[in-house]
Design a protein. Sequence first.
Length: 345
Amino acid sequence: EEEALAMGRRGRGRGRGRGRGRGRGRGRGRSRNSRTSTSSSGQVYADIKNNLRGYIITCEQRKETRSIREMLHLFNETAEELYPDDYSDVSNQSIFIALDTEITNLRKKTNRKFFKVDTDCIGSYFIRIADEQIKPAEFLSHIFRKIKENPDGYTTKFTSKILPIDITFPANVQGLNESLKKLIPQHFNETNVHTYKLDVKRRMNNKLVRNQIYGAINSTIDQFGNVDTKTPDKIVIIQVIKGWAAIGIVNASDFEWGFNISVVISGKQPLHPNQIKQIEKRKREEAGLPEKQPEQSEEQIKENMVIESSSQDTEEESEEIYSEYSESDSEEAVMMITNSFRCRW
């Protein structure tokens, strides 16, 4: 705490003047009031609390701020459409009083429905849902349906995947088992038997192993469903980032295009490199073109140029050597010609 407080006071970073030393400009140190916790070694970790609902969002590295602005605008716009705020009746008030009342309500922090939480992992962040009536999976599926109906009205430059999360917990086996006991009965039970698929992703964590994750899930879900990787009814999302983890369960039919918002906007699934090669090969066969030769390096190109030039120089010599031998000695002539080529190479 003392180290974090000292960092917050003096700040770190380069100054505005020339030079590479520490400057007196605005620093990036973290104070005691920061939303992060500091270990005994001084390393700062994200302080994501348990039982949070929201979205894990991935984006381009070093573009987190712009992606957060995109997503908060999209989420707030959709929330106002689905869950409008209940303002008092201002029909009998003047326009100025009505505007002041609306601005005051908008500035209240209690009216905010979404909050950004730092994950301390480059290229990803967490958006927490503060409104109890917003369901992460249903809210996101509604956004994707709107995008499919009018893809020209939406653009994203920095955001890639949006993963709905129902619960967060510490990244250990005990926290995983407790979270599954809370979440699984809401989606799987004796009357609702579904097939499911696992979507597991770990970042900067080596304590919660995949075998432990699969074992915990199979022991709780297998009695109510079976694994189906091609056409599942449910998708179980498990994300592990540093010292915390999260689980989300969604209907597979609501996310046919996956969770990548740029793919939903474009309406085109990205192809695997092997699929692209097969398509190119089929087009060449239909056009009657020869198979595409693999690309050569600069060294191979130079070597081929030397071979071509040497072959042109030795055409006349090979004819002279071949003319010296009779037809019966043609094999010996061929050996002499090949030896002369090898010497040139």
